[in-house]
Design a protein around this ligand. Structure first.
Ligand code: HQG
Length: 182
């Protein structure tokens, strides 16, 4: 399968597993799961046939590991990034002392005023490294990497989860836990 086609399939999966399951006549089960058989049948009905082997290849080759099968291989979900209401059923986990959030400089006034909010997604997404955060921020414009005092937040009762693909999630980050680069 060529790279271009893999990206097309991946974008289609993101769309339906994160944002618009209804567009394919699917509903996300608790945890965000969809039966693989239903997904493939729905894609075929929508004139976008994908074989199980192709799906396996897309899931395995996605650099960000956006999608995951359950242990039986019969269910699939997006590991994070949803805009539909979903409970990923992830357990709370103690975060590292410091996490990072990449954003665009133009959002800073609003972020200082109200902290980080999930906006269209189900949670605020935080990165374990500055490099990843910078890439995330650059998707929106001139990037800036904010440091998040995650350990302190956890000590003050904020819950964190980590997705299957290593993205840290929390409901919101009040501005007092954020700092800008020197
Ligand atoms: C900003 C990608 C104004 C926030 C990435 C961000 C990530 C505020 C934007 C994942 C704000 C939302 C998520 C406030 C937050 N005022 N702006 N109070 N609070 N924002 O795309 O974190 O490629 O929904 O800083 O790699 O950029 O899709 O979130 O700039 O892991 O797999 O509002 O998406 O992964 O943007 O990215 P997004 P994000 P995928």
């Amino acid at each position: 399968m060529n790279e271009k086609y893999r990206i097309r399939v991946s974008k289609r999966l993101s769309r339906h597993l994160r944002h618009d399951p209804g567009g394919l006549g699917l509903t996300l089960a608790p945890g965000g799961w969809v039966p693989v058989a239903d997904l493939l049948a729905a894609l075929a009905r929508n004139r976008f046939p994908v074989s199980r082997a192709e799906l396996d290849e897309v899931v395995a080759n996605c650099a960000k590991q956006r999608f995951a099968f359950d242990e039986t291989g019969t269910l699939i979900r997006a590991s994070q990034g949803h805009s539909v209401r979903v409970d990923l059923e992830l357990s709370d986990a103690p975060p590292p002392e410091t996490l990072f959030h990449g954003t665009a400089t133009r959002f800073l006034p609003s972020i200082w005023a109200e902290g980080l909010r999930p906006m269209k997604r189900h949670a605020v997404h935080l990165s374990a490294t500055r490099e990843t955060a910078r890439k995330v921020g650059a998707r929106h414009g001139k990037p800036v990497v904010l440091t998040v005092a995650a350990g302190e937040m956890a000590a003050r009762g904020h819950a964190f989860q980590v997705s299957d693909n290593g993205v840290w999630l929390t409901a919101a980050v009040p501005a007092e836990f954020l700092s800008a680069p020197e």
